[in-house]
Design a protein around this ligand. Structure first.
Ligand code: GDP
Length: 482
């Protein structure tokens, strides 16, 4: 199926492709039919001679100068540069491309970019270079999106999954599923057109088998998507517990600095504080909440409300208990709220804190908080945030609860992009409809409609038959110069 937007790019675009900060080098990228001409206007050889870059051997880089003529026509050197020349289609964008490697000062880069624009280039929009690579047919949409994810990845797992997507892991899986679907569509069409040579007898059994295979594969993609999201984006985590049990101390310990004010007066953590930390190879987006309890104090009430919100939003709850003091009614209330949350499939870890002091609470008593309410007691960790004893195990607990260790090891395909997930969900719905039609003994043309829909929506992942404005939207999220 041909791409919808085969409108050729006729203008030449330019932007600073490296970071907008002081650095050793900076790169100004020029892409489009006039790239060589614009480069030739500004570039001089080491002997200060003019040169026609379009005649250089493609894929070469040369030392020289970027110059600017003054009013009398005398050329002044703006910077010493390395200039590279890539000829269409062998470049990032598939277009003629010149890259000027300058020294990485922001003023300097902007100064040279201004010369490039004066010489006839247009300022590139965010993501426009990658968009041209897509429109030029070098990469499909899923791979273009991976470029953006790769740039914004914040950990090794995110980098790995984006790199795999860029290399076509998602695209080839999608293509494989589409080929299977297309085969069935083609078979049904042929059989309807040419019943003498193709028989549909017994066909539904085979189609059912294909649908089951597709269903299984799509299910796998979707279930890994969620695990993958956790590894890339982290887990929303709420720290809860009654006042003074050590919630702020936990936050500080994990953040490795005095982020929250630790104090001995009860109820002083009035607001919620947030911090992102890495625990057990996963990012935890922590919210330390004020002690959840009924209170007359206005400010603290706001805190309690936020704590409740944090609990509602959290995927992981860290429930801190002071093992050196008897359990109170507040612990009971918090346990009750947590149990409500556990029903929604959230996870929880209990931290029995202050093990350096003499114990007043037994493990059984804590377990009872949950078991007497008909709920299983979450995993329990004994620790002292004062001495650091037992705190290392928290990482193992997290990793075990979310299976993150196992997932990161596996070389699965992670459908991390929401747009892709939605498309697979819709395709799966269509396949389930086909199964329904088979079971209800519907005629073959019914199968075709839903198979066709599954084929089409899977195609949107690759960028086939997607609306122009969606393409605009996707690429506008890119950073400038990419
Ligand atoms: P929060 O109100 O739950 O945030 O509790 P904080 O983190 O402010 O801690 C309350 C008090 O308990 C502070 O004085 C901490 O120094 C102290 N504390 C926290 N963890 C421990 C611990 O493991 N052992 C001891 N002995 N004291 C602790």
């Amino acid at each position: 199926m041909a791409l919808q937007y085969d409108h050729l790019q006729t203008d030449t675009i330019a932007a600073i492709a490296t970071a907008m900060s002081e650095a050793g080098i900076g790169i100004i990228r020029i892409s489009g039919p006039d790239a060589a001409a614009i480069g030739s206007k500004l570039y001089r050889t080491p002997q200060k001679n003019k040169t026609d870059i379009s005649l250089w051997r493609p894929g070469t880089i040369r030392f020289g100068y970027i110059v600017e003529a003054d009013q009398d026509g005398k050329e002044n050197v703006i910077d010493e540069v390395m200039l590279s020349w890539m000829k269409s289609p062998h470049s990032y964008t598939t277009e003629d491309t010149v890259e000027i490697n300058t020294h990485g000062g922001m003023f300097l880069m902007n100064r040279i970019l201004a010369l490039v624009l004066q010489a006839g280039a247009r300022m590139a929009e965010p993501g426009e270079f990658t968009k041209r690579a897509f429109l030029g047919g070098r990469i499909d949409l899923a791979r273009a999106e991976a470029v953006m994810d790769l740039i914004s990845s914040r950990n090794e797992f995110a980098r790995k999954t984006s790199a795999a997507q860029l290399q076509g892991a998602v695209s080839s899986k999608v293509k494989e599923l589409r080929e299977k679907i297309l085969y069935e569509i083609a078979f049904i069409e042929s059989a309807l057109d040419d019943p003498e040579n193709y028989t549909l007898e017994g066909y539904t059994n085979r189609l059912m088998g294909t649908c089951e295979y597709l269903e299984k594969e799509m299910h796998t993609l979707l279930s890994h998507a969620d695990e993958g999201r956790i590894l890339r984006e982290g887990i929303r985590t709420a720290i809860v517990g009654r006042p003074n049990v050590g919630k702020s101390s936990l936050l500080n310990h994990l953040a490795g600095e005095e982020r929250a004010i630790v104090t001995e007066i009860e109820g002083t953590t009035r607001d919620t504080l947030s911090e992102t930390v890495r625990v057990g190879g996963v990012l935890l987006h922590l919210t330390d909440t004020a002690g959840i309890r009924q209170t007359e104090d206005k400010v603290e009430q706001i805190g309690v409300h936020r704590a409740q919100q944090a609990l509602d939003r959290a995927e992981l709850i860290l429930f801190v208990i002071d093992s050196s003091r008897k359990l109170t009614v507040e612990d009971e209330e918090i346990a009750e709220r947590i149990i409500e949350n556990l029903r929604e499939d959230k996870k929880c870890i209990l931290l029995m804190n202050k093990t350096d002091l003499s114990p007043e609470v037994s493990q059984e008593q804590v377990e009872e908080l949950f078991t007497k309410r008909g709920s299983e007691c979450p995993p329990l960790l004994f620790c002292s945030l004062q001495t650091g004893e037992g705190t290392k195990e928290l990482g193992e607990f997290v990793s075990e609860l979310f299976h993150t260790g196992e997932i990161a090891e596996k070389n699965e395909i992670f459908l991390v992009n929401l747009r892709h997930q939605d498309a697979v969900k819709e395709a799966l719905d269509s396949i389930l409809l086909v199964k329904d039609s088979i079971e209800n003994g519907m005629s073959e043309d019914f199968f075709s409609i839903d198979l066709m829909n599954a084929y089409r929506v899977l195609g949107t992942i690759l960028g086939e038959a997607v609306e122009d404005d969606l393409v605009e939207e996707i690429f506008s999220k890119f950073c400038l110069g990419k």
